[in-house]
Ligand binder design. Structure first.
Ligand code: NAG
Length: 269
């Protein structure tokens, strides 16, 4: 059997595309035209002691506790870390939000340790998502993000938490991503954010933004790898038996049929 030159070319091209997907690269990303991300904060692991999470009713459990679990392990084997669960009031919060037509009670309650009024010295602030970001009034959380953004060393958003942060304005001018299922609504809340898809997560200076739910776990590992070293990160993900995806390995943008965004970041590391 003889291949014509162009048929052979097509086969080779399709193999190259498959190979690119297998290694998590994107065949259609033009590296010469990429947007350089801001330099990440020049710090070490020891500079990150106090971790805060913004809590509200209707948060997603994995956004919070999945993202925190690698840090929980880090706090056991590496250094002392302190966790602050920060909400508008000290009342317990629950994942129950607006999207509950069956009136399911399928959620535990979670304690809050601090309020937005407290003057906390937070090094790493984590903003989770969940249906609560679509509550009619999110102004208290938005004001808290505006207050804390300039003070924290790294500002992480998980899933639709990027939408909440975008509403507050703190992501303006930064590259970020969000949950691909919620893409249209979340990006609509931040017209001046440089949204990126495909992306498992995007790192742009102090802004570390993840895509949907479990991508927060991968973002935590990227953070630990960056500031505490590859060996430490690999040890923890191996204990958890989890293989983090690379920042640009995003099969879910395809599942939800999203176009590639105009902004495509250059590799951040
Ligand atoms: C859920 O609760 C609301 C308010 O109490 C009620 O109107 C509605 O019928 C309930 N839905 C179901 C599926 O039970």
């Amino acid at each position: 059997m003889k291949f014509s030159r162009s048929a052979l070319g097509a086969v080779v091209a399709s193999l190259l595309v498959k190979g690119a997907f297998a290694t998590g690269l994107h065949a259609d990303r033009d590296e010469s035209d990429c947007a350089p991300p801001d330099t990440i904060p020049d710090l070490t692991g020891a500079d990150f002691r106090n971790v805060g999470v913004v809590m509200f009713n209707g948060f997603d459990m994995v956004d919070v506790y999945g993202t925190l679990d690698p840090f929980y392990m880090l706090a056991l084997i590496e250094q002392r870390l302190t966790l602050y669960l920060i909400a508008e009031t000290l009342d317990n919060v629950t994942p129950r939000g607006s999207m509950n037509p069956y009136n399911s009670s399928f959620y535990p309650e979670f304690v809050v340790t601090n309020t937005f009024e407290d003057d906390l010295d937070i090094d790493l602030l984590i903003v989770p998502g969940g249906s609560g970001v679509r509550a009619p009034d999110t102004s208290a959380a938005e004001a808290y993000l505006q207050k804390m953004f300039p003070k924290v060393k790294v500002f992480m958003t998980i899933c639709t938490g990027s939408g909440l942060a975008a509403k507050s304005g703190v992501l303006d001018g930064h590259m970020a991503t969000t949950n691909k299922k919620a893409w249209a609504q979340m990006t609509g809340w931040g017209p001046d954010v440089r949204w990126v898809s495909p992306a498992r997560y995007v790192v742009d200076g102090k802004v570390w933004a993840s895509s949907g739910v479990t991508s927060g776990i991968d973002l935590s590992f990227a953070f630990i790898e960056t500031y505490f070293g590859r060996e430490r990160a690999e040890y923890i993900w191996s204990m958890q038996e989890h293989e983090p995806r690379e920042w640009d390995d995003d099969p879910f943008h395809t599942y939800f049929g999203l176009e590639n965004t105009e902004t495509q970041p250059c590799p951040w590391r």
